[in-house]
Write a new protein. Structure first.
Lengths: 271, 268
């Protein structure tokens, strides 16, 4: 395909054509996954290893893969109140299918105050700030500039409470794996120190910590975004199961009186 | 998270229900923005009036309802060549659930090429530039430097067709029809300044660009326009998904993948 071709010619060149660097399957024979035979070359990969290989086309050490496993494990909460989990549970409550409920729950995990929205802002902030600091910028100035633009720092503070129960465990694991000496983690901790000791009083949250750890492994923002897709997944199925096991409709029943109406007074439809 | 005295209450300016005397969970009467839905609107209100009322605080004027209905007809079926409908048909052709076909259409139709987020971005343009041609030129010349977003960078001016040569007849017909309602200033201005805007965008107007201007003329915000665009394109996705189901996967394009060289995975 010519990179110079534009307009309908570009589309015409691609009619009926499927070219891929990623792979294909030959029915009844074999499957190619990023240049390798899935069932011979890659058969011993564990699932996370294959998942990140599919995203990055790179191989990772067993320590790095252990860290990636735990990044997902430590943030899988089977708590039905959490907004994404609640979607899975409401699907069970309404006797929808598990796939639909969990797929929708994962889709809403791309939120602006948690999940992928904040994850992307967090890694972007760390990459930009490291570059600015390396070029001689003052860290406090970078933080002030970010606060001026966004009124918050992605990866610091938290919707429900300031502080994050996951961080001490993840930091301990990173230390045990020898993955706590990277420049992005050092930067993230310096930002926390600046934010917490200053008037902002914000602590680093899990999104900030994980963004730093993964940036130190060398993921690009897009790789990071795709890697995190199943981050909350393991907490969702329990919510669906429990709601499905209860009498139908009995999770989050809302009586009419619990809707607090703040709108227009009653009026007649005259059209 | 609500911390009010009644932590289970949901606040809304849209909807109120009175309960039956024998059951606090059964609806005796429902009111949308103050109008009795089942006792007053039903049988009298048009679908587009209800739609408009849900998103805005007031019912639409007659011309606003007419414009929204015409727009809904224009958007109802992007057709089987459209990526969102293609996605829905991928669900239908293999017997996936109805909801998954619509979810597929929504996910694919949410994007920045003819999708919901393109509407959002194009409507931000109307908010920023209004009917100032120079402002549009500056906006189109400004590279998208947005980083830290879940959305990819824009690759073309929102509302315009990056693969187009000239304005498609269907787009011109839609623009002429919708501008003819004389409901707001953006559609007529778009029609009058089409050549200059297309030159500035370096590609012809797309249907999404007409839709964005229409949503703006109707007073919707970019968030509302994005949501309505997603919603109004679903009927065609649904119909095409159902149509493919009995035809089956053997009658649906599958093709052959031609592998290109991929360098083997390197250690991180």
């Amino acid at each position: 395909m010519s990179q110079q071709t534009k307009g309908p010619n570009l589309l015409q060149e691609n009619v009926g054509v499927l070219k891929s660097r990623m792979g294909t399957f030959y029915p009844g024979s074999h499957v190619i996954f990023r240049g390798h035979d899935l069932h011979t070359d890659l058969k011993d990969m564990d699932w996370v290893e294959l998942y990140v290989f599919g995203i990055t086309n790179r191989r990772f050490s067993k320590e790095q893969l252990r860290l990636m496993h735990s990044i997902w494990t430590y943030t899988s909460y089977p708590d039905v109140r959490l907004w994404n989990n609640r979607v899975a549970a409401l699907a069970g409550r309404s006797r929808s299918t598990g796939n639909l409920g969990v797929a929708a729950a994962l889709a809403v995990s791309e939120a602006s105050i948690y999940g992928r929205g904040i994850d992307m802002r967090a890694i972007d902030f760390l990459i930009r700030t490291r570059q600015q600091v390396d070029e001689g910028a003052d860290l406090t100035g970078c933080i002030r500039q970010e606060l001026d633009i966004h009124r918050s720092i992605a990866g610091y503070g938290r919707p429900l409470i300031n502080g994050d129960e996951r961080n001490q465990h993840m930091l301990a694991l990173a230390q045990s794996l020898g993955l706590n000496q990277g420049p992005y983690l050092r930067l993230a901790l310096s930002i926390e120190e600046t934010l917490f000791s200053g008037r902002w009083r914000m602590k680093m949250n899990y999104a900030g910590l994980v963004a730093a750890l993964i940036a130190d492994i060398g993921f690009s923002p897009r790789e990071y975004y795709l890697f995190l897709f199943p981050a909350f997944l393991a907490g969702m199925q329990p919510c669906y199961i429990e709601a499905s096991d209860r009498p139908e409709g009995s999770l989050y029943p809302i009586p009419c009186a619990d809707i607090l109406y703040e709108g227009e007074s009653r009026r007649a439809w005259t059209k | 998270m609500s911390t009010t005295e009644k932590p289970h209450t949901i606040r809304t300016r849209i909807w109120h229900e009175d309960a039956e005397s024998d059951n606090p969970f059964a609806t005796r009467a429902a009111y949308c923005r103050g109008y009795d839905v089942y006792g007053g609107m039903l049988g009298h209100a048009r679908w587009v009036e209800m739609l408009y009322l849900l998103f805005r605080n007031e019912a639409p004027s007659a011309v606003q309802a007419d414009l929204l209905e015409a727009l809904a007809v224009a958007l109802a079926n992007p057709g089987p060549r459209d990526a969102s409908v293609h996605a829905a048909m991928c669900g239908g052709v293999c017997g996936s659930t109805a909801a998954s076909s619509l979810m597929a259409a929504l996910a694919v139709g949410a994007g920045q090429l003819a999708g919901g987020h393109e509407i959002f971005l194009a409507m931000e343009g109307w908010d920023e530039c209004g009917t100032d041609l120079d402002a549009w030129r500056q906006r189109h010349a400004r590279p998208d430097v947005a980083s830290g977003s879940i959305w990819p960078k824009s690759e073309h001016a929102p509302g315009f067709d990056p693969h187009g040569v000239s304005t498609a007849t269907s787009v011109k017909q839609t623009l002429a029809c919708l501008a003819g309602f004389d409901c707001g200033k953006y559609l007529p201005w778009l029609q009058q300044n089409l050549s200059a805007l297309e030159k500035s965008a370096d590609c012809p107007l797309a249907l999404s660009g007409v839709a964005a201007a229409a949503f703006a003329d109707l007073g919707f915000t970019p968030d509302q326009g994005e949501m309505l665009h997603l919603l109004l394109r679903l009927p065609g996705a649904a119909a095409h998904a159902l149509e493919q189901r009995p035809l089956g996967y053997k009658n649906f394009p599958f093709g052959t993948v031609e592998l290109e060289n991929e360098s083997t995975g390197e250690p991180a």
